[in-house]
Each structure stands twice: as structure tokens, then as C-alpha cells.
Design a protein around this ligand. Structure first.
Ligand SMILES: Cc1ncc(COP(=O)(O)O)c(C=O)c1O
Length: 435
């Protein structure tokens, strides 16, 4: 369904809610201005309704969570909520935790290697990253890590070690151990950038490196597809130096880039993979899945787990994740993503000749449009204004990249050709007339 806007955006109820929130929420959390935000009331498929009753098209899948559509696993959640809301994750777990771990193993290492993987569940994405970093330290006995410029792995203290966007890290830097080697992330088609990365990697002393933590395609960093040789070079280097290769697929996982996992596009198997966001399609649950021999670096528990949390393996999160995984493992989902990708690519091509469109990039339904001014400056302020304008047109979109100059599109998979056409037409209309 195309957007249906009845009132000015944000409408009067959203404005009232913003005023109330300003009084009671940490001021660093929700961005509040006269133009932003709308407050969501309900969502279904690709559509979102706000508190004022306006209908929007969500081109973000709400941070990449609702690829299968808003409300996809609602029935699984409803059925589960009538039985069991909460169990004792690492003591007397919910039955469904077993099923979810089996399915995660089947979807990852069993498909890639024929051997089972082992799972450490968490609640949010950054916890999966921290579980993977702890695993790498236990498996190698080493302490340092390699991460990448512009990387985003979440904002917990452990995950911040990998943050490549400096302002997330800066206020807390004095509290972070100096164990990170931050390397440039080489871009697809850019031979200079792979040479630059190779030189930086060659300068690292591998003897105390436990892990390389990397997004197979950078998300928050600006939807950046790496150079074709990059992930294979990381795999080779890790094998040579007994270093764990951790793929953070919290954003790219679950068909976002066309394949079930982005690493499959490149044919590279990591030692550990971090999953979250679309795993459940809307319940806070995440997973670190590793090769079983790597995960077995954790000592067997004798009743006091070294790494756990109160809500680990929450049965509602498990039920939603199982329903979502079943959909991802069916052949229909890949076909749907392929079809929507073809439609989106064809529509986005209409933008490519505009002088402010520097590059349209990405994979599958994870696309970024990079905007620059004619003099080459990154057009972050322009993209932010455009996102506000597009919200008034009924489109929910977000800027990406540290400078905000990349318009990201990570829509639900079932976006119709009509919705895609509407989206691209509104983006075109928001651009200055080309001379
Ligand atoms: C690649 C990647 N890793 C980790 C995270 C952090 O996940 P969460 O916000 O659930 O902690 C994100 C969130 O955007 C992400 O994109």
C-alpha cells in the first residue's frame, strides 16, 4: 500500500509525545525536533501507522529487523505468550532454546561445513559481538583484535573496542583497553584501497591477535561492499596466524544481501558469526554461533556460567526466531528477495545520472545512495534534509555513513513494484533539478 498522509508530519499527537518524552528520556537517545520523529502505533508488512493515524512505507525494515515484514512472527509470539513468557535460560531452559540452537547450527556451519556449530545466545546485537570476542580470547589465549575504520558493532563497552566511527568511542576511550588495531576497509573496485589495507595488515604483529572482527558488508559505515579479494585475504591471514575470523552479520544476515548470509556471497566461512536484528524479526534476541571446536574453548559449566544473562533464550524470542528461520530456510524467501532486488535496481538506475548521485551501491536489498555536491564535498546535510522531506511524503528512510551522506534503503522483502516506483519517484522529486 502506498502511504496515506492525513495531517502535517509530524502530526499533533506525535508532537505532543515528543514534548512529553523530552522531559523524561535521556536527552541523548531520541532525536527530537519540530520535524522529527513520528511515534509508531502499529505496523504490518511494509507499512507503519503513526499515533496520528498516518500510514508510511518503511524503507528501513526498522533497522533491518523486519525483512520478512512487520508482524511476520506475530502468530508464533502470540501462541508462545499463552504458554510461557520466561524461563531460566542457563539453569532450567525453555524447551524451545534447544530447537533454536539446532536450527541456528543447521542454518550456518552445518550448511557450510557439514559439521555442527554451537551457539551462545544473547539479547541484543552487541552482546553477540562481545560473546564472540570472549570466545576468541579463550580459543587463542591472545588478547588483541583487528577491526576496521567505519565499522559498527554496537555500543556496549566490549563492542566499542571494534567501533570504527570515532565519535561513538571518544567519550569512553580512556576506559577501553588499547588492544585494537584499526585497519582501512577496502572498497569494491578500488585497487588503491586494497593495497592500503594490505600494507596496514602487513604492519600488524600477529603474535598477540585473537580475532579479526569484520562486517562482510559495512552497514552503518555507509553500505560499503568490500573489495572482492578482501574476505579471502582475511581468511588466509587468520589461518596462517591462528586467529579467529569473526563475521558480524547482525545487519547483513538473513537474506538482507540476497544470500541467507553475506559471507556466502564471497564463499568464505568464518570461525564465528554474530546474528541479531532479523533473527527474530522483532524480539530482542541475538546469537554468536561458532565452529564447535572453537566454541568448546569455553570450559564446561559446573553450575555457574561464565557468560549468561537473565533473559538468555527467552521462549518468546526463541519462538519468533524459529518461525523466521523456517521462512529463511524455505526457497521462497531467496526468490522474493531476488525479485525485489531486480525491481529496486531497475528503479534506482533512474537516479544514477543526477549530478549529486555519486554512487549507488550495496547488495540485494541493502542499498546505499551516496550524495555529493558538485565540488565533491560529502552532502550529509542535504541527505538529512531529504530524509525529513521524504518522511513528509510518507517514506521512512535513514542516512548512513559517519558524515550522513549515504541514503540507505533496507526495505522489507515484499515491497511491491508500485511501492518501489513511488519511493524512487519521491527521491527524484526531492533532488534539485539537474541542469
Ligand atoms: C553490523 C552491526 N553489528 C552490531 C550492531 C549492534 O546491534 P544492537 O543495536 O542490537 O546492539 C548493529 C546495529 O546496527 C550492526 O549494524
Amino acid at each position: 500500500m502506498l502511504p496515506a498522509i492525513q495531517t502535517a508530519i509530524p502530526g499533533p499527537l506525535s508532537q505532543q509525545l515528543a514534548n512529553r518524552l523530552r522531559e523524561v528520556e535521556c536527552r541523548n537517545t531520541t532525536y527530537l525536533s519540530a520535524d522529527w520523529p513520528i511515534f509508531w502505533e502499529k505496523a504490518e508488512g511494509s507499512n507503519v501507522w503513526d499515533a496520528d493515524g498516518n500510514r508510511f512505507l518503511d524503507l528501513t525494515s526498522a533497522f533491518g529487523v523486519a525483512g520478512l515484514g512487520h508482524g511476520f512472527a506475530q502468530k508464533a509470539l502470540r501462541d508462545q505468550s499463552e504458554m510461557l513468557l520466561h524461563a531460566m535460560g542457563d539453569v532450567h531452559p525453555a524447551r524451545l532454546k534447544v530447537e533454536l540452537c539446532e536450527k541456528l547450527s543447521a542454518a550456518t556451519f552445518e550448511r557450510w561445513t557439514g559439521k555442527n556449530g554451537k551457539v551462545l545466545l544473547g539479547n541484543s546485537g552487541f552482546e553477540a559481538v562481545e560473546a564472540a570476542l570472549k570466545t576468541a580470547t579463550l580459543a587463542t589465549g591472545k588478547a588483541e583484535i583487528i577491526t576496521f575504520e567505519n565499522a559498527y558493532h554496537g555500543l556496549g563497552y566490549g563492542a566499542l573496542l571494534g567501533a570504527g566511527i570515532p565519535w561513538f568511542r571518544q567519550p569512553f576511550d580512556p576506559q577501553l583497553a588499547g588492544i585494537t588495531h584499526r585497519l582501512p576497509y577496502p572498497r569494491k573496485g578500488n585497487e588503491g584501497s586494497i593495497a592500503h589495507f594490505q600494507a596496514a595488515l602487513a604492519a600488524v604483529d600477529p603474535s598477540n591477535i585473537a580475532a579479526i572482527l569484520v562486517e562482510p558488508i559495512q552497514g552503518r559505515g555507509g553500505i560499503v561492499v568490500p573489495h572482492d579479494a578482501f574476505l579471502e585475504e582475511l581468511r588466509t591471514w587468520c589461518d596462517e596466524h591462528q586467529v579467529m575470523l569473526i563475521f558480524d552479520e547482525i545487519y547483513t544476515g538473513f537474506h538482507r544481501t540476497g544470500c541467507l548470509f553475506a559471507c556466502e556471497r564471497f564463499g568464505i566461512v568464518p570461525d564465528l558469526i554474530c546474528l541479531g536484528k532479523a533473527l527474530s524479526g522483532g524480539f530482542p534476541i541475538s546469537a554468536c554461533v561458532g565452529k564447535s571446536e572453537v566454541m568448546d574453548a569455553w570450559p564446561e559449566t559446573h553450575g555457574e556460567a561464565l557468560h549468561t544473562s537473565t533473559f538468555l533464550g527467552n521462549p518468546m524470542g526463541c519462538a519468533m526466531s524459529i518461525a523466521s528461520l523456517d521462512a529463511h530456510l524455505s526457497s521462497q524467501t531467496a526468490g522474493l528477495v531476488a525479485e525485489s532486488t531486480r525491481n529496486l535496481d531497475a528503479a534506482l538506475a533512474r537516479l544514477s545520472s543526477h549530478p549529486m548521485v555519486h554512487e549507488i551501491r550495496g547488495a540485494g536489498l541493502m542499498k546505499g545512495i551516496e550524495f555529493r555536491y558538485p565540488d565533491g564535498r560529502l552532502a550529509g546535510d542535504f541527505v538529512i534534509q531529504m530524509v525529513v522531506q521524504l518522511l513528509k511524503d510518507g517514506l521512512i528512510l535513514l542516512p548512513d555513513a559517519p558524515e550522513g551522506h549515504v541514503l540507505a534503503l533496507t526495505p522489507p522483502f515484499a515491497l511491491s513494484p508500485e511501492e518501489i516506483d513511488f519511493t524512487v519517484s519521491r527521491i527524484l522529486a526531492a533532488l534539485p533539478a539537474a541542469h
